[in-house]
Design a protein around this ligand. Structure first.
Ligand SMILES: [Zn+2]
Length: 151
């Protein structure tokens, strides 16, 4: 009985958390979906970015993708942003959740969204950090529900 009540309360909580919908134009496309404020940062597969994580050393994401080959991926807490979910990140573009990490999960424990998008080289990481003025930045990310091609 109690578990049942908790389940109902959680359902209500989840519904209230439903993010407001937004439309964002980027190039020839319009992305439509829930808008969520997140801490966003770039990373590559080097040891400075990924440390000694055995998965990263093998160059594999949590979903088994070759991290060096597929640079369209994002590290997230899959409890908040499930694997396979497509995200639109301003100034970055369309990405897909395909990996997770301890820092993303630590933020998720506090109900905060922290994502890291993959780039090819550490030089790119450094260039982006310079542009955003730090290791990470807060921005509004779209949880893509629909993509409209502009004419
Ligand atoms: Zn790196």
């Amino acid at each position: 009985m109690e578990t049942f009540l908790v389940a109902i309360l959680l359902m209500f909580a989840a519904q209230e958390k439903e993010p407001p919908k937004q439309k964002v134009e980027y190039g020839k496309r319009v992305y439509v979906g829930g808008a969520v404020e997140m801490e966003v940062l770039p990373y590559c597969t080097c040891t400075e970015c990924c440390g000694d994580d055995p998965n990263s050393k093998a160059g594999k994401t949590a979903t088994g993708k070759d991290a060096k080959k597929y640079v369209d991926g994002v590290i997230a807490d899959p409890r908040l942003l499930p694997y396979g979910m497509r995200l639109f990140i301003p100034n970055v573009g369309e990405r897909v959740v395909d990996d997770t990490g301890s820092r993303a999960k630590a933020a998720g424990d506090k109900g905060q969204y922290r994502i890291a998008f993959r780039v090819k080289t550490h030089d790119e990481v450094l260039a982006i950090r310079k542009r955003i003025g730090g290791d990470s930045t807060k921005m509004t990310v779209i949880l893509i529900e629909e993509v409209i091609e502009k004419k």
